[in-house]
Design a protein around this ligand. Structure first.
Ligand SMILES: *Cc1c(COP(=O)(O)O)cnc(C)c1O
Length: 460
């Protein structure tokens, strides 16, 4: 068979118009938004690559399942269908639905952490870190050294540094570590996958010290596909079997179904520990809802049950990973420095390398997302000093992040190849005029998740 193009493995049944705007209009919109794309109105965005979270298109089967939703307060059929889908893939014995990933995080960390505790992860996602810090514990990132070098090629840049984990445990003592986490794929580290070998190695360190291992499972299917493509011994295995094996090394997981659940809202918290699950369901009842709906409608649970199985479809995953790589290859050909190799759900531009004339204290990533919007109505997000840095309230001194990245996240099953070609044309023009892009200063902020609401002005 000749090699043919990898195409979108679906046809379109329902469409949503998107609106063109003029550059002059966008200048006003961006200024009104304080140069923060989170504060733009979505109707004024043409191609929205802000996030892949909850922005995917559901399938005809998912919409059909929505009609089947059982809205009983307790014991709904939809809950059992959801729980069965989760157990079939993830294998954990107890599962609590939550309205999204961060609710699962809050319940988990409120239950297992006390002030002074330490939670290691390959790289904590922003809400994970914030929820750990909120209960007075400390979130520590232990990525492998390769993960911090944007242009370096490595098949599993999302891996945790296992020696650093051992050293940390030896240093602070296992009793201060309530659990170890692995984020698959490593979102904040560039959407990079974690290898099965790394999961096994981390798991064995955890077992040796009696520590539970939790997986932040948001992009488990994309991670499974990378293992299949890149790790010896997995080429013939299905994504489902790879996922099952991976979760068998862990004691529980948190999940935002807004990613690889292929739904617009939902999440869950799973564990094998009955006593822990009972404690967690007490908190769940307090703020989310009864344990068989956890802040979701029955129809949401149905859509998740279908989505979790659809996301493991081979044609879907092949297309998904290929389409992200397509954007990465084209940006790279233009000369734009990106995190290599392309991750699963997004392309990360190295804004510090692209805009060396803007120091980290003037937010080169934030300046770049502003320019992308002005140039072509494309919305992206800064993942750098705005998101992970901080400003000393007394001295005004700015603590900068390790990397200044801009993320172009690809919503699942939403944009076609011509949309992505348009994005590449916009980025080509942004790149040509990069020397004229100026830095920003932050004029208002509200930590700890300041990136959602911060306001900026041109630095002069
Ligand atoms: C999105 C995400 C979360 C939080 O999930 P929400 O549904 O947005 O609350 C946690 N971890 C990772 C890696 C994520 O990408």
């Amino acid at each position: 068979m000749p090699t043919r193009s990898i195409i979108e493995p679906f046809r379109i049944k329902s469409v949503e118009p998107i609106r063109m705007t003029t550059r002059l209009e966008r200048e006003h919109f961006l200024e009104d938004a304080g140069y923060n794309p989170f504060l733009l109105r979505a109707e004024n965005v043409l191609i929205d690559l802000l996030t892949d979270s909850g922005t995917g298109a559901m399938s005809a089967e998912q919409w059909a399942a929505i009609m089947r939703g059982d809205e009983s307060y307790a014991g709904a059929t939809s809950y059992y269908r959801f729980a069965e889908a989760v157990k079939g893939i993830f294998g954990f014995r107890y599962v609590l639905p939550t309205h999204q990933g961060r609710a699962a995080e809050r319940i988990l960390f409120t239950t297992v952490c006390k002030p002074g505790d330490i939670v290691p992860n390959n790289t904590h996602f922003d809400t994970t870190r914030a929820n750990i810090e909120y209960v007075g514990a400390q979130a520590i990132d232990l990525p492998i050294a390769e993960g911090l070098q944007p242009e370096l090629l490595h098949p599993f840049k999302g891996n945790m540094d296992v020696d650093a984990l051992e050293a940390l445990i030896a240093d602070v003592g296992a009793e201060r570590i309530p659990l170890v986490m692995l984020t698959i794929t490593n979102n904040s580290g560039g959407g990079q996958p974690v290898s099965m070998a790394n999961v096994k190695a981390v798991s064995s360190v955890c077992k040796r010290h009696g520590l539970p291992l939790y997986i932040d499972a948001c992009r488990f299917a994309e991670n499974a596909w990378f293992i299949r493509e890149r790790e010896m011994g997995y080429a013939q295995m299905s994504a489902r079997d790879i996922a099952r094996e991976l979760f068998s090394y862990a004691d529980g997981c948190t999940m935002s179904a807004k990613k690889d659940g292929l739904v617009n809202i939902g999440g869950f918290l799973a564990t094998n520990d009955e006593g822990l699950s009972r404690q967690e369901s007490r908190l769940l009842v307090l703020t989310e809802g009864f344990p068989t709906y956890g802040g979701l409608a029955g129809r949401d649970l149905e859509a998740i049950a279908v989505g979790l199985n659809e996301v493991l479809d081979e044609d879907y995953l092949r297309y998904r990973i290929a389409s992200t790589a397509y954007l990465g290859r084209h940006l790279s050909d233009i000369g734009i420095p990106i995190v290599q190799p392309p991750g699963g759900h997004a392309i990360y531009i190295d804004a510090a390398a692209m805009l060396p004339h803007i120091p980290p204290e003037m937010f080169p990533g934030q300046a770049l997302v502003g320019e992308m919007y002005l140039e072509g109505g494309v919305r992206a997000v800064e993942i750098g000093t705005v998101m992970f840095g901080s400003t000393n309230a007394e001295t005004g001194e700015i603590r900068t992040a390790a990397l200044e990245l801009v993320r172009l996240a690809i919503p699942r099953r939403v944009y076609t190849q011509s949309h992505i070609d348009y994005v590449c044309e916009v980025m080509s023009d942004v790149f040509a005029g990069r020397k004229r892009i100026g830095g920003l200063r932050m004029v208002w902020q509200d930590p700890p998740l300041r990136h959602f609401t911060a306001r900026f002005a041109p630095a002069r």
